[in-house]
Write a protein that binds this ligand. Structure first.
Ligand SMILES: [Zn+2]
Length: 329
């Protein structure tokens, strides 16, 4: 309230505003922390993954206990954020954003924030945002480098103006393969949330509109004004291929040496599944949200919505056959 550009009236608006955060890994966790402390009214967090010890170097909302319990990130984040500011309506949803649930999970918020680790999801968010006219903020970091851009549909360039598709843009390089330094994560999340605060406090004229990129190792910072592409697939031709599901694979790479299977949509009785698996597999662990077991050299984590993450392979056919064998076709 003391900061003149926001003031008491801007803070009031912030209190009535909300945002949906897609992905709560490194950037997502840092952004959620800043947003909740700023006193926005409502924050929905979508995440498909669970906390692991190797996340703790950069994912600042989580701790060793969350990793030991293998809590879903959406659940661990909700708990932590409610302890930070109990007046914010924080809602953690364990889900993999996809073309079938995008409408339901993203609708009703004036702003979407990028906390994802992959371009498939970003292009899906971009499709939804442009179609519905919802502002969204792109943010990404890998190694010591990061980039962010606020996208105002119909006014600014969209993600598809800058990049044609998720194919062929160096998807091999992710945090899981070449690592990421925590400082760049926090820097990019800070830039993202600063833009979010302008929008949510009703100060859109303060948005800088620039594609910012920074490298905390080399000290290189760049700021440029991206032009709209008059032939853009999404914001010019309104071809929402990702939202239509035409570009969505049923098995996705999910970090180092692991594959996510999300072609099965059903609700699983995790307790019953545990009882069945425990007959043949020695160490089946379960909490309210997921079930995990080892079939050396693999480790499978199954969620209540039928999704599974298989560690120990990059081969979708191996993942599919193990899923069919242990969970069901
Ligand atoms: Zn565009």
């Amino acid at each position: 309230m003391l900061f003149q550009a926001i003031g008491p009236e801007g803070q009031e608006r912030l209190l009535r505003a909300g945002a949906v955060l897609v992905g709560c890994g490194a950037i997502g966790a840092a952004a959620a922390n800043l947003l909740v402390r700023s006193g926005l009214g409502r924050l929905r967090i979508l995440d498909r993954d669970f906390v692991e010890a190797s996340n703790l170097q950069r994912q600042t909302l989580f701790d060793e206990l969350d990793a030991a319990e293998a809590l879903p990130k959406a659940v661990a984040a909700e708990r932590k954020l409610k302890a930070i500011n109990s007046e914010v309506r924080v809602e953690g949803i364990v889900a993999d954003l996809n073309p079938r649930n995008a409408e339901e999970l993203l609708s009703g918020f004036p702003l979407i924030l990028d906390g994802t680790d992959n371009f498939e999801t970003r292009f899906l968010v971009n499709d939804f945002a442009v179609r519905s006219g919802t502002p969204w903020i792109y943010a990404a970091a890998v190694a010591s480098y990061g980039v962010t851009l606020t996208i105002l549909p119909g006014q600014s360039a969209c993600l598809a103006c800058l990049l044609d598709s998720a194919q062929g843009i160096g998807l091999e390089e992710t945090c899981d393969t070449i690592g990421v330094l925590a400082p760049i994560v926090n820097l990019i999340a800070s830039l993202e949330v600063a833009e979010a605060l302008k929008l949510l406090s009703g100060r859109p004229a303060a948005l800088h509109g620039r594609l910012l990129s920074c490298d905390v190792w080399s000290g290189r910072f760049q700021s440029l004004l991206p032009a709209r592409n008059p032939e853009c697939r999404v914001c010019a031709h309104r071809d929402f291929a990702y939202l239509g599901g035409r570009a969505q694979p049923h098995v996705t790479m999910c970090g180092r040496d692991s594959v996510q299977i999300h072609e099965h949509h059903r609700s699983l009785d995790l307790k019953a599944l545990q009882n069945r698996l425990a007959a043949t597999i020695p160490d089946v662990r379960q909490n309210d949200f997921l079930l995990r077991f080892r079939i050396p050299p693999y480790e499978m984590t199954v969620f209540g919505d039928g999704r599974a993450i298989l560690k120990g392979t990059k081969d979708p056919s191996v993942a599919r056959s193990l899923y069919a064998k242990y969970i069901g076709a």
